[in-house]
Design a protein around this ligand. Structure first.
Ligand code: SF4
Ligand code: SF4
Length: 101
């Protein structure tokens, strides 16, 4: 996104307090992304999946940092699951986008 400096602040601040949609969960299951599903606190009503907490550690506790946030050698932050990141991350808006217009 134009204007994004890849500072990683949005993912650091909000990355552990997000919700997965049922569509996210269905897509990850279809794509065989057990690595992602293992980090989602799946929520159910009866047998129906109603959503999921992002992100959790393998023991089910809330993670302290998004497990897919990567700091690379160029000093910038990258989403390690960019191709299938949660809908809420796709919809994220940052005021830096305006400055990049
Ligand atoms: S969207 Fe904004 S806060 Fe997030 S990495 Fe880009 S510039 Fe930083
Ligand atoms: S999934 Fe990607 S975009 Fe979403 S919080 Fe994690 S690193 Fe950021």
């Amino acid at each position: 996104m134009a204007g994004c400096t890849q500072c990683g602040e949005c993912c650091k601040k909000y990355g552990m307090r997000l919700e997965a949609t049922t569509l996210d969960i269905a897509r990850w299951a279809f794509e065989g992304r057990q690595d992602i599903l293992a980090r989602v606190g799946i929520e159910r009503q009866g047998t129906e999946v109603t959503g999921g907490r992002l992100w959790v550690d393998p023991d089910g506790r809330r993670a302290s940092v998004c497990p897919f946030l990567e700091l690379r050698a160029d000093g910038k932050y990258y989403c390690g699951i960019q191709e299938t990141k949660p809908e809420t991350c796709t919809a994220h808006w940052c005021r830096n986008y305006i400055e990049g217009m």
